[in-house]
Design a binder for this molecule. Sequence first.
Ligand SMILES: NC(=O)c1ccc[n+]([C@@H]2O[C@H](COP(=O)([O-])OP(=O)(O)OC[C@H]3O[C@@H](n4cnc5c(N)ncnc54)[C@H](O)[C@@H]3O)[C@@H](O)[C@H]2O)c1
Length: 248
Amino acid sequence: MNRFSGVNALVTGAGSGIGRATVLRLVSEGAAVFAVDRDETGLAETAECAVGNPGRIETGVVDVTDEEQVIATVAIAAERLGGIEVLINVAGIQRTTPIETLSVKDMRELFEVNTIGTALFCREALRHLPDGVGVIVNVASTAADHGNPYMSAYAASKGAVLALSKTLAAELVGRGIRVVPVSPGNTATPLTAAVSPGDLDFSYFDRVRSLLGTAQPEQIAAAIAFAASPDASYFTGAELRVDGGSHT
Ligand SMILES: NC(=O)c1ccc[n+]([C@@H]2O[C@H](COP(=O)([O-])OP(=O)(O)OC[C@H]3O[C@@H](n4cnc5c(N)ncnc54)[C@H](O)[C@@H]3O)[C@@H](O)[C@H]2O)c1
């Protein structure tokens, strides 16, 4: 497939996991990608993995919570690529904390990275996305609309990403710009590897495990690429849930 030949894409969270897999999928299909993350080492690894593909990659270090950095990064991406047709917001963090010990610091961090970071990139990229062509894909989570114990603030921040995406889809449909929230289920990445039950009772999660096993980042990237591609030209505002049937 060569669905992204001649397409310029900006991808956040590109230094690891789902973001890296997304970049690799896009360059394998011919895209020119501006890949950003706060992790410079991770970005360099992503760029190394991308070598030999038909597309090309440039990288930029950014903290998605820093408004000035986001403004500058999107402008640089547009200049280096010669425009932006696709924005994919993948950068995110997770915390596993019972409500009794949830701190304001954790709540703020989750919303700043997952929700505000996503909204800032949408706002800035919209200056460049062409009418009738532009696409935004925002990575939410199954936690956005299904209860996951100990993830209250994470889930709320992702519920906000879902609401933001649906609102933007309605706001921009007249311009022919699509906005698709993609909600992965449990996926094997450093983010989930860092979660440890400790003293917490994780038995609830046995009820919502996919019989297909844990997703690989490449399986989520394939869905993100579909959402960003012309194959999804009539798909906007609806949540694309990629959870192996765990939450049906
Ligand atoms: N792994 C899962 O099971 C799962 C499930 C549902 C949703 N998600 C979502 O998918 C997205 C990607 O997660 P992943 O599993 O690949 O995790 P990951 O930890 O492998 O990757 C997340 C990336 O985001 C970057 N990042 C974090 N904060 C940042 C900031 N302030 N500025 C710039 N970059 C920042 C990290 O450096 C990292 O490279 C996240 O939004 C996550 O919430 C993951």
